[in-house]
Write a new protein. Structure first.
Length: 177
């Protein structure tokens, strides 16, 4: 959970940095527009027209850059929300497991449960443990998977289902013994 908190703090600081960058670029863009208007009023030669076309091209590039910054900011906000929901899901599953353990007072040897999370944009779950098999479904970044076991060939089986995922596409969150 500390790793998730660190990610949230890092994402928050990144968002603040991107916001500052956007404000700075907007200010620079406004200054450039004012300079362009002054140049147009003061000079009517072809040299001024060349400068105007260069500034227009620069303005377009800045607009595209601002749009990418805004998109990146939105992605980070979305990832922060997902991480927070993951933390709450982990807490909920932990309390449910404790309640079940209290009900089952018999001492039984339990298999290890690995809670892992997909860490790429979309991850395919396969019907058999090889990449040429049919894809049963996709999971998104941040989805919690209950891994039963992983094979020697780095394919992991999802508990209670006939679905497999490549081991390199998941990240361990917590091990419950």
């Amino acid at each position: 959970m500390n790793e998730e908190k660190e990610k949230i703090n890092k994402n928050s600081s990144d968002i603040e940095g991107l916001t500052k960058d956007m404000k700075y670029l907007l200010q620079q863009n406004i200054k450039n527009k004012l300079i362009v208007k002054d140049d147009i009023l003061s000079s009517h030669n072809t040299n001024g027209e060349d400068e105007l076309s260069l500034l227009k091209a620069e303005n377009k590039r800045l607009k595209v850059y601002l749009k990418t910054l805004e998109n990146e900011k939105m992605k980070r906000i979305e990832n922060t929300k997902r991480i927070k929901t993951l933390e709450s899901k982990l807490v909920e599953t932990k309390t449910i497991q404790k309640k079940q353990e209290v009900k089952n007072s018999k001492v039984m040897k339990k298999a290890k449960t690995f809670y892992k999370v997909a860490f790429t944009k979309t991850v395919a779950l396969y019907k058999k443990p090889y990449s040429s098999s049919k894809i049963s479904r996709y999971v998104k970044y941040g989805d919690i998977l209950d891994i039963q076991k992983c094979t020697y060939f780095d394919w992991c089986k999802i508990r209670g289902k006939r679905e497999y995922i490549a081991k390199y596409k998941i990240k361990k969150i917590k091990e419950n013994k």
